[in-house]
Design a binder for this molecule. Sequence first.
Ligand code: PEP
Ligand code: MN
Length: 263
Amino acid sequence: LTSREAKAEDTIVRIGDVRVGDGTFTVMAGPCSIESEEQLLESAYIAKKGGAQILRGGAFKPRTSPYSFQGMEEDGLKLLAKAREKTGMPVVTEVVNPADVDLVEAYADILQVGARNVQNFALLKKIGQSRKPVLLKRGMMTTIEELLMSAEYILSAGNEQVILCERGIRTFETATRNTLDISAVPVLKELTHLPVVIDPSHATGHWKYVIPLSRAALAVGADGIIVEMHPQPEKAFCDGAQSLKPETFYELMEELKRMEYLL
Ligand code: PEP
Ligand code: MN
């Protein structure tokens, strides 16, 4: 169902007034994790002011260490709903556990499946039963073919509103957190009708590389980016090193506008 043979024309994923995959470049921005009302609302106003279309923020965090901050859970989801109310921006947030899909669905506009859960087939089946759009991230060790099979789980369960996300894969290179597989974009565009976005934040692990890789995303034909931004990255509970500070986020948005005009 994900293949071009099954459907030739591009799928456009609709989230309220936002269209992902319609030829425009969509920016999803916000903190890695929701930390407090003040932090999330501030992030939301910055995202909106910069011109992002969708607010991101994690309430359930899949952390490598069990001792790291695990997220605000339902309290975080409530804050996301509040941020949407205040700004009018749709929100994307990760669901980690199949048992939490109903809860997350009640608050989120887009359900995010994280890299670590790309082959959690119970989660994919459950999300396939939802009618909410899905942001499906490629795993750090999954091939493009495997990513498409994971998307197939969601589509075959009846949910066709899937956005694919390349967020960097594991290679021998250690200078960046992961290695952005930029060629995944044209390869996926050939194989599937689903929209493809890039996550330059998790791909590199460093805010300095986020603007250049975002430019690459636009140039290579991606449908958008999902980028981490924090009012005070040095104080972030999670992924501060790769989070843009507000002024760098505004700079990114200006650069993308200039580039879109040139392309
Ligand atoms: C995230 O978006 O915060 C996240 C955990 O990303 P990934 O699943 O790509 O590591
Ligand atoms: Mn993160």
